[in-house]
Ligand binder design. Sequence first.
Ligand code: AHN
Ligand code: ZN
Length: 325
Amino acid sequence: MNRIFFILASMLTISCGSSNNPASTKAPEGNNITISFSADSAYSYIERQVAFGPRVPGTESHTKCLDYLVATLNSFGAQVSVQEGEGIDFYGKKMPVRNIIAHVGPEKAKRVLLCSHWDCRPFADNDADRSRINEPIDGANDGASGVGIILEIARQLQQKEATVGVDILFFDVEDYGKPDHIDVEYRPDTWCLGSQYWGRSDEGQQCRARFGILLDMVGAPGAQFLRENFSVAYAANIVDKVWKAAETTGHGDRFLFEDGGYITDDHYYINQLTDVPCIDIIHLENGGTSFGAYWHTHDDTMKNIDRQTLSAVGETLLQVIYNER
Ligand code: AHN
Ligand code: ZN
């Protein structure tokens, strides 16, 4: 199933012709930086999101989670706003979009972008139990994990300022791509409606970040991250920077120097639509031919979140951010 999908996805890409768990890790010599990232804290931010129920656009869980994310970012001293927009779903209908935008150190000219999607897939289309494929998933990993790590980073940045400012984007309606069991014509642009809206908007066009890092499915036990190909195509130097930071912080076992295939994800639209080169840190398996077995199933629950994985990603990102000058 996943495999077939990937083969299809890469064919589409080609035919389009487009182009140990230390709480504290010492930075390398010369940079007198001690990084601390609390995996417990990130875990609790994920738990809170999941506790609202599936954050499916248009539901009460989604609205409540939006309010929680805005309030939490505000509590860390960031400048927060909600971008209201719309996209076109797989039926061809208009669909509202609520992107959450936060600026840490808004006055700073030198900036980096961190992003993740915050919505949940309304289908469990890969679940073995075919009677439940139209029930939404918890999206603990697929959605909440990236948001939880970024919230913990925002908390750390309030405690210890970085030289650079950080733009935070939580994209809505990433995971509403057409499922196989609904018989309408497939379009790849039914995924990532929030990033497509942001990319075309003034906010996207005026984003001053030097580069962006997208997090997607960054919490599963034992997760490994391969070098995704759109990331390499648009921002090879940023992939190198992040993969080196992972080695430096002792997480080279998670960030592999292996080809990850092409994934249509929010970073693709950021690269296509804006001037910000953006990479995707995304859990891939089998040489980039599939996502984890939990993907778009009812197994994507809090049981699918592991603190060691959260630390690997969070410490790597803080290493990158605190070393930007
Ligand atoms: C596609 O399936 C085309 N891209 C993966 C985007 C995604 C869905 N990330 C999480 N859920
Ligand atoms: Zn998904």
